[in-house]
Design a protein around this ligand. Structure first.
Ligand code: ACO
Length: 359
């Protein structure tokens, strides 16, 4: 599908012809008929309550030393009992809208990437639409686990470049604490709650999203899943007693696949833009595990100063992970207008993705 899209872009009759000189500026390939999908504002929100590794030592048989050396995580934020994914998403969304100078009423579409919706239906996107007062916007949820935010960026780009919509809100939001088994030390130390958001707008001939790669391998669906709660295993007293409504993971296999998946996605994104990793000012990887990030960075030939890491503060927040990191990287001045940045992710499904953005 993407090869086809690229071919269409390259051969579209109204596009200016591409010369090898133009390829040196990757924007030239993706600036279609003067339209650009620009990220005009980002925002994030994490709940107030923090659980440290020391707190977890009192809950399960673990140590700060084990968690730190195996993952790099030191603490994570956990939502209150009466705080839901739509609340986290709405707060992040309002911050992104404010930073973009866009009112909720201007939104054409809201996409919420999450594996922890408030409920199976209606969609969390519809609940967010109501909470932020975005009455004009269409709204739907997207489920690609930790890859959801990049899937969302690509979908938003398609709507914007096809002239269907001009202003799209993409949010990655999770209350993973609601599906974590707090008695399972294999998983409960890894995850946290939070939300990150981006406003994408058509900006004629401006900076923006250059390419987004998405991939999936359903053959590995069993590596990471929550078996209960769907049509296969509806909630019953037995399913609850059997812990079917908690997240399950084969850690080692997930680790190996994560490294390969992010590498594949990142290399494809760079290839499409015809640029080398050295051109990327800041790389924002999915914040699941420090060792996964180090392994991918080394194989990509990236320098440590190119990599943005904040997982020590939040753990793995799934779809929210790169969105929160993007907001923090922007706020801390890690890159400037015109710099190239790259996001790369992997998640349950398995799914993976990478995006190159001219900021
Ligand atoms: N504290 C202490 N010991 C622990 C803990 C803990 N919290 N958790 C597991 N252990 C034990 C295990 O029981 C095992 O003991 P055993 O050898 O007696 O059986 C031992 O530590 C070693 O376990 P390993 O599996 O070898 O540990 P590993 O080095 O692989 O690290 C980890 C485990 C951190 C889970 C790693 O495999 C990993 O990060 N995998 C990827 C996970 C991931 O990124 N998932 C996110 C996907 S995102 C999404 O879509 C939601």
């Amino acid at each position: 599908m993407f090869a086809l899209k690229l071919e269409l872009l390259l051969t579209a009759p109204n596009m200016s012809p591409i010369t090898s000189a133009k390829f040196k500026n990757p924007r030239a390939k993706y600036n279609f008929q003067g339209r650009t999908c620009s990220i005009t504002g980002v925002g994030s929100y994490v709940p107030a309550k923090v659980i440290t590794n020391a707190d977890l030592e009192k809950m399960v048989d673990t140590t700060d030393e084990w968690i730190t050396t195996r993952t790099g995580i030191k603490e994570r934020h956990i939502a209150a009992q009466d705080e839901f994914t739509s609340d986290l998403a709405s707060r992040a969304a309002l911050r992104a809208l404010e930073n973009a100078g866009v009112t909720p009423q201007q939104l054409d579409l809201i996409i919420i990437a999450t594996i922890t919706p408030d409920m199976p239906f209606p969609s969390t996107a519809c609940l967010v639409q109501r909470k932020i007062g975005a009455h004009r916007a269409a709204a739907f949820d997207l489920e690609a686990a930790c890859s959801g935010f990049i899937y969302g960026l690509e979908i938003a780009q398609q709507f914007i470049m096809s002239r269907t919509y001009d202003t799209v809100l993409v949010v990655g939001a999770e209350k993973l604490s609601s599906i974590v088994d707090w008695k399972d030390r294999n998983t409960c130390v890894l995850f946290g709650d939070g939300a990150g958001a981006a406003v994408l707008q058509n900006r004629p001939n401006a900076h923006g999203l250059l390419t987004a790669v998405m991939g999936a391998d359903g053959g590995k669906a069993d590596l990471l899943s929550m078996p209960g709660g769907g049509s296969r295993c509806p909630a019953t007293a037995e399913s609850v007693a059997a812990h079917m409504h908690y997240l399950r993971m084969e850690g080692k296999e997930t680790f190996k696949n994560a490294v390969q998946a992010m590498l594949t996605a990142a290399r494809e994104a760079l290839r499409r833009c015809e640029i080398d990793i050295s051109r990327i000012k800041c790389i924002i990887p999915h914040q699941a595990n420090r060792r996964i990030i180090d392994a991918v960075s080394e194989r990509l030939g990236a320098k440590p100063e190119q990599i943005f890491i904040n997982l020590h503060k939040y753990g793995n927040t799934s779809a929210a992970s790169v969105a929160i990191a993007l907001d923090e990287a922007v706020a801390s001045g890690r890159f400037q207008r015109g710099d190239l940045i790259m996001l790369m992710v992997f998640g349950a499904g398995l799914t993976w993705g990478a995006a190159v953005i001219e900021w």
